[in-house]
Write a protein that binds this ligand. Structure first.
Ligand code: SF4
Length: 627
């Protein structure tokens, strides 16, 4: 199997490229808004719903559908029905519903969540206030929210009147619910597919008739169809990554002190002494925040490569040896250390919705805490004594290589940042991405495979796959930096304001005419003394004129295609399924940190942003706050 490089990605060629590749030109943006129409009449909607039920009956339910598969099924069904593509989103939701419906109905009520949109409320007269949990419905009876909420809570559901899959995913990972009944517009459901459905969470969704966010309507009978039905199944059929998400979370909570015993802070009376301060801060930083995606991949790879049966949603956390868990924790320790140092280098203010460590403890202490985390990583690998010595040495080599490559990439980025970025080529930017992000993915995957002695660990597929995923992830992150919020206001742009060498900037310099290049340079240095908003607007205009966003989307798409091609060449089915999940998660359109995780909402340019959302006090949902 030929393995493509970042040069190939930048050039668009399947063969090694010249040093200075031509950017790929595309004229269309991959907007999905034209695919999210809801049929106007109940008759039309019911026709698609009934057809989807029939269609889904013949689907293989051994693993969750990927987004691509769901899309293909949607197209097939629409073709059969002779209906236009504009109903694709609606049709995908209907197929997803009937893929999962039996397994959703088999979940006890008290392990389900009902997620309602606040836009169902009576727009003018609703007396309810917004709290950190969403809309606090006062049950005035002016809209249907109260009806659903009262009945669902009587049955035992947890109910949220809020939008936001991150909160829902946190609650699922915490182990308190196993399935979701959601009412939402197709825009929100599209994101939920990326976050929830591909992970294997049994879900049933009722689409709103519009995405207007005010006085919206829905087919209410469709909610009642499932809300109070419970139909146990003799066995669950579809594999799920939720048990691994829970395992990845548990090793940093319930099992944390056992797997990584504290040294200085074991005795709480010592916790605030000067010699214990570093350990305390490092352990807290390691335990909290983030999606713990890298340890999840290590655990799931070890499990799949060991030939164990894949768990289904609702299964207990898989039985994972402590030393496998310690190696997964080491990956996270090295990753978190790199984030501490990266935040200092970029002077980022927010991470995981909280102030960054150097803004809390000062730069010197934060550097030291980052160094301590590296020490914890070594200690964890050393403590994993049941891993055979050769495997431990190989894993250590893989992690050290990842660390060195990350530093190479970070160093290159800082050189570009400090010099004139005008000479940055797309290839330069992609090489930085490949160095900064891909090696940690590779180390996480390799560790799981190597501990299970799976031959794929030593193939060239894993580094190539992780290179495509890492590069694609970073490109999507760059694009996310330019998204606009619901009000049409740009909410980020911090990369360009900080002068980071992104592939977007490189593509712009590559395609810009002389006048545009000069203006780009002036804007980057802010020679004209413009406000941040004015600079962002001008930069955005030049990027549009240079077709930068479309080209970057094409590059990200190509990364996904090449990763998928590599995955198809893997013969071991459980590993192949895991790699598909890896791809779908990393290259989800909404992947990467949210803009709010990086920004200071008090800055005028970001004045429209709310402070980073803290996890809700889950107590209000009947869930202990420690979850
Ligand atoms: S029922 Fe609840 S959400 Fe609906 S209008 Fe009344 S208070 Fe607002």
């Amino acid at each position: 199997m030929s393995v493509t490089t970042v040069q190939d990605m930048a050039s668009g060629s399947d063969h090694p490229a010249d040093d200075d590749p031509a950017p790929v030109r595309r004229t269309r943006r991959r907007s999905t808004s034209h695919l999210k129409a809801v049929p106007e009449t109940l008759e039309e909607r019911t026709r698609i719903k009934d057809a989807a039920e029939q269609y889904a009956a013949s689907l293989n339910r051994s693993r969750a559908l990927s987004k691509n598969e769901l899309e293909q099924h949607g197209h097939t069904l629409l073709n059969r029905l002779g209906l236009p593509e504009k109903f694709l989103g609606f049709t995908m939701v209907m197929i997803g519903n009937f893929f999962w419906k039996q397994q959703f109905l088999a979940i006890p009520f008290e392990r389900r969540m009902l997620l309602l949109p606040h836009c169902l409320k009576h727009a003018e007269g609703c007396p309810a206030e917004y709290t950190e949990f969403g809309l606090d419905c006062e049950r005035c009876g002016a809209c249907s929210i109260a009806d659903y909420k009262v009945r669902a809570e009587q049955l035992g559901y947890k109910v949220l009147v809020a939008e936001g899959s991150p909160v829902v995913l946190k609650i699922i990972v915490s182990g308190y619910i196993d399935g979701i009944l959601g009412v939402a517009c197709l825009n929100v459901l599209e994101k939920a597919i990326d976050k929830v459905l591909i992970a294997g969470v049994p879900s049933y969704a009722v689409p709103l008739h519009s995405g207007d966010c005010m006085n919206t309507t829905l087919d209410e009978a469709w909610v009642w169809d499932v809300l109070d039905k419970y139909e146990p199944l003799p066995e669950r059929t579809t594999s799920s990554y939720v048990p691994f998400m829970r395992a990845s979370s548990r090793i940093f909570h319930d099992d944390y002190d056992r797997l990584l015993p504290p040294r200085k802070t074991r005795d709480s009376s010592q916790a605030d002494t000067p010699v214990a301060v570093t350990e305390k801060a490092a352990r807290e930083w390691l335990a909290e925040g983030g999606r713990r995606f890298r340890p999840l991949i290590t655990l799931a790879a070890w499990h799949a490569a060991s030939g164990r049966a894949a768990p289904t949603a609702g299964d207990d956390i898989p039985d994972i040896p402590d030393d496998v868990a310690r190696v997964a924790m080491a990956i996270e320790a090295f990753h978190k250390a790199s984030l501490v140092h990266d935040d200092i280098q970029d002077d980022d203010r927010w991470r995981y919705g909280k102030p960054t460590l150097h803004h809390v403890h000062g730069v010197s202490q934060a550097i030291n805490i980052g160094d301590y985390l590296i020490g914890l990583g070594y200690r964890l690998i050393h403590a994993a004594r049941s891993i055979d010595a050769d495997a431990a040495a190989d894993i250590l080599e893989s992690m050290s290589r990842a660390h060195l490559q990350l530093c190479d990439g970070q160093g290159a980025e800082m050189v570009w940042q400090q010099s004139a970025a005008a000479s940055l080529t797309p290839l330069d930017a992609l090489q930085i991405y490949a160095l900064k992000t891909s090696p940690a993915f590779e180390a996480a995957l390799y560790a799981g495979l190597r501990m299970a002695r799976h031959p794929l660990a030593d193939s060239d597929i894993i580094p190539a796959l992780c290179r495509h995923l890492g590069v694609g992830f970073q490109i999507l992150n760059d694009l996310k930096d330019w998204r606009v919020d619901a009000a049409g206001k740009r909410v980020a742009g911090q990369d360009i304001l900080a002068g980071r060498p992104t592939v977007l900037l490189a593509l712009a310099f590559r395609s810009a005419g002389q006048e545009q290049r000069q203006e780009l340079q002036r804007l980057l240095k802010n020679d004209d003394g413009l406000s941040d908003d004015e600079r962002l607007q001008r930069l955005h205009d030049i990027f549009e004129q240079c077709d930068v966003f479309s080209t970057a989307e094409t590059l990200a798409e190509r990364c996904g295609e090449r990763a998928a091609e590599l995955i198809r060449s893997v013969n071991d089915e459980p590993i192949r399924d895991l790699l598909h999940f890896f791809l779908e998660t990393v290259l989800a359109a909404d992947s990467g940190p949210t803009p709010a995780e990086h920004l200071d909402p008090s800055e005028p340019v970001f004045a429209n942003l709310q402070p980073p959302a803290a996890a809700p006090a889950l107590v209000s949902l009947g869930i202990p706050d420690s979850a």
